[in-house]
Design a protein around this ligand. Structure first.
Ligand SMILES: *Cc1c(COP(=O)(O)O)cnc(C)c1O
Length: 382
C-alpha cells in the first residue's frame, strides 16, 4: 500500500513479485462473472455480496468495487471496522455488518450510513433508542435464529416483536436468518429452518427477507426469498459439498529456491517425517505455514500431503511444511525441466481451494482467509 491508501501501481507490483517468496493472483473478472451467474440464477431475488474478512482474504478494497461494477448493490461484512473500510471504497452501497451493534457504536454506524444486523433484543433496544433520541428512522436488519443457536432473536422474540407494532423507533430494512447445513444437500435442518423462517417473514409484511448463503442460493428457489447472500461461491469455493465451484479466482505460485538431489533412504525436513525410497530430486519452495499454507497439508510416511503443479505435472509434497518452506518431490519430471527461480503452483492449474482444503483437513473458506498478507498480490481482470 502506498501512503495515499491506493494499491501499488504495476511497477510496484512487479517489484513486489520479485521480492516475495510467493505470489497470489486474484482474478477480479472471475469474481464478477461468479456474481453475475449467481445473480441470474437467483432472480427475481436480488443478489448481495458477502465481503467480510477482507473479501475472504482476497482484498476487499479491490474485490468490492469489482462486484459493484458487476451490479451488486448490497454488501455484507462482519465488523463495523470492515463496514467503514468498505464505505470508503463504495460510497453508495448498502452495507450491513453481520456481527451487529457493539455497545455505544450506533453513532458510528449512523455517521457512515451503515446498517447493523441486530441479533438480540438488547441490540434492537439500543438502536431503537438511538433512533428515537435522534428523531431519525435509520435502517437496520433484524436477524432471527431458526436453528443455528448462534446470532439472532429466538422465533418467540421475533413473534413478540411483530405483535406489538410501534415498539420500534425504526423500520427494519431486512429480516434475515442463516442456514446451518445448506452445504449438505437434503439435510433435514435446512428444510426446518426454511419453514420456520417463512412463518416469521409472514409476520413482517413488506420487509425484505434473506435466508440463503451460497449453498442456499444454489439449492433452489424456495430458499432465496427476496435477497441472497453468497460469499464463498463468489471466490471459487465449492458451496455445496461435492458440487463443482463456479470459476476459480485465486492462484498461488511459490518460488522454487533450489533443486537438490536426495539419496534414497534419507528423510526430508523436520521430524524426519518422510523417507524417500528412491534417489530423488527435490524442489525446495518458498512457502510455509507463516504464509497461510497449512502445516496440516504436509506429508509423512503415514499420510501423503498436498502437492503443486510444476512444469505441467502434479508433484507431491515430501515431509513437513515448515514456517517459510516446503519441499516437493520432482523426481518424475525430466531432468533439467525445473530451475532455481521457477514457480510451483499450489492453487490454480486444476488445484482448487477445496482440493487443498481437503489435504489440510479443513474447508475452502479457511484456505482462502488464511492466505494472509505475506504474498505479493496481483490483481488481474480489472
Ligand atoms: C458468511 C455468511 C454468509 C456467506 O456464506 P457463504 O457460505 O460464504 O456463502 C451469509 N450469511 C451470513 C450470516 C454469513 O455469516
Amino acid at each position: 500500500m502506498s501512503a495515499s491508501g491506493k494499491l501499488p501501481d504495476s511497477a510496484a507490483v512487479e517489484a513486489a513479485l520479485k521480492e516475495a517468496g510467493a505470489r497470489l493472483t486474484i482474478n477480479l473478472a472471475a469474481i464478477a462473472d461468479n456474481w453475475r451467474t449467481l445473480s441470474a440464477l437467483a432472480a427475481p431475488a436480488q443478489c448481495a455480496a458477502v465481503v467480510k474478512a477482507n473479501a475472504y482474504g482476497l482484498g476487499m478494497e479491490k474485490v468490492a468495487p469489482a462486484l459493484w461494477k458487476a451490479g451488486a448493490r448490497t454488501f455484507f461484512v462482519a465488523h463495523l471496522k470492515e463496514a467503514r473500510d468498505l464505505r470508503a471504497v463504495l460510497p453508495e452501497a448498502v452495507i450491513y455488518a453481520l456481527n451487529g451493534l457493539a455497545p455505544g457504536t450506533a453513532p458510528l454506524f449512523a455517521a457512515d450510513g451503515l446498517r447493523p444486523v441486530l441479533g438480540s433484543m438488547p441490540e434492537i433496544a439500543e438502536w431503537s433508542d438511538f433512533c428515537r433520541d435522534g428523531g431519525a428512522d435509520l435502517p437496520a436488519a433484524i436477524h432471527v435464529d431458526t436453528g443455528m443457536q448462534r446470532l439472532g432473536l429466538s422465533p418467540e422474540e421475533a413473534t413478540g416483536l411483530s405483535e406489538v407494532p410501534g415498539t420500534l423507533a425504526f423500520t427494519p430494512s431486512l429480516l434475515m436468518s442463516h442456514l446451518a447445513c445448506a452445504d449438505t444437500p437434503g439435510h433435514a435442518l435446512t428444510e426446518r429452518q426454511r419453514d420456520l423462517f417463512a412463518e416469521i417473514v409472514a409476520r413482517f409484511p413488506g420487509v425484505t427477507a434473506s435466508l440463503a448463503n451460497s449453498a442456499g442460493t444454489l439449492t433452489g428457489a424456495p430458499f432465496r426469498f427476496d435477497l441472497v447472500r453468497p460469499g464463498i461461491a463468489l471466490y471459487g469455493g465449492a458451496a455445496i459439498s461435492g458440487a463443482p465451484p463456479l470459476k476459480d479466482v485465486a492462484r498461488l505460485d511459490a518460488r522454487i529456491i533450489q533443486v537438490r538431489a536426495c539419496p534414497a533412504g534419507e528423510t526430508v525436513g523436520y521430524g524426519a517425517a518422510e523417507r524417500v525410497t528412491r534417489p530423488s530430486r527435490l524442489a525446495v519452495v518458498s512457502l510455509g505455514y507463516a504464509d497461510g499454507f497449512f502445516r496440516a497439508a504436509g506429508s509423512s510416511d503415514a499420510r501423503k500431503g498436498a502437492g503443486a503443479m510444476v512444469a505441467g505435472r502434479r508433484c507431491p509434497l515430501v515431509g513437513r511444511v515448515s514456517m517459510d518452506l516446503c519441499t516437493l518431490d520432482i523426481t518424475d519430471l525430466p531432468e533439467g525441466t525445473v530451475a532455481r527461480g521457477d514457480f510451483a503452483t499450489f492453487l490454480g492449474d486444476g488445484i482448487t481451494v477445496d482440493a487443498l482444503a481437503e489435504k489440510a483437513g479443513t474447508i475452502g473458506y479457511e484456505v482462502l482467509t488464511a492466505l494472509g498478507r505475506r504474498h505479493a498480490r496481483q490483481y488481474v481482470g480489472e
